[in-house]
Design a protein around this ligand. Sequence first.
Ligand SMILES: [Zn+2]
Length: 303
Amino acid sequence: MRIFFLFLDGVGLGENDPDRNPFLSADFPALTSLTGGERWHKDLPRIDGERSIFVPTDACLGVAGTPQSATGQAAIMTGINVPLIIEEHYGPKPTAQIGTIIRRESVVKKLTARGINAGFLNAYPPGFFESVRSGKRLLSSNQLALQVAGVEMRGATALYSGRALSPDFTGENWRTHLGYSDTPIYEPYEAGKRLAELAAEHDFAFFDHWPTDYYGHRGSRKEIGEQLRNFDRVIQGLLDNWDDKTGLIVITSDHGNIEDLSVRGHTRNPVPTFVIGEGRHAFTDGLIDLTDFAERILAFYNS
Ligand SMILES: [Zn+2]
């Protein structure tokens, strides 16, 4: 039995207002299939569907201010209320104190210590590895939680061979932003299918999709609409190629952002959590906030 953890950066549940909430701007058949046919907004209750359970999830964790990536991801990856400990939401990259908590308590580290095979399905370009090595770039909380577990960070070779995907799913970014001309490009649906295939090679697989936060900060309404259309197709490809009997797809986010076009920054909105597959009821039982994932991941492999 496996888990595929699809992490979305900066995706909250916005107002029930199509002027502000891009999830209400068009039909997203795959996304709404996860919420019983409803478009995503913050007034939805928990929805127990045929294949999936939707749980609006608190990302504020009892701390004032707007949730940030380093503390939100650390809470997901450790099960500890990190913003409460450091008395603020902090990001995007972890402080030394946050890093210490992740190194000690990473749920992925606890998995690999038990011999559970974990895989990180993102592909990073050579410049990323160089800037980490030279100290110019800090790892994110997610990346650190995987690194301390001994999970390999895949690079260009894995992207070329289809053993990892670009964070934008399709690989367009490697051509438009990184200057490559011959890297693979996937249709969004094919990218979702590929994620399902790659996840099937591991007991625990993780994918980090951060462009949602990027476009939430900088994207136009049109660009955000395109992102969500692609994302909908990725989810369709993933769902169509996932066997519910083999385990769970877990989807969540660290904080809101892209769901509110009226602000450029993060929001205090709840984030959408989806758990798909057999075992979803046990996993979502009592799930309320970002600190509730780590213990459920551990319990899943005990059951
Ligand atoms: Zn952000």
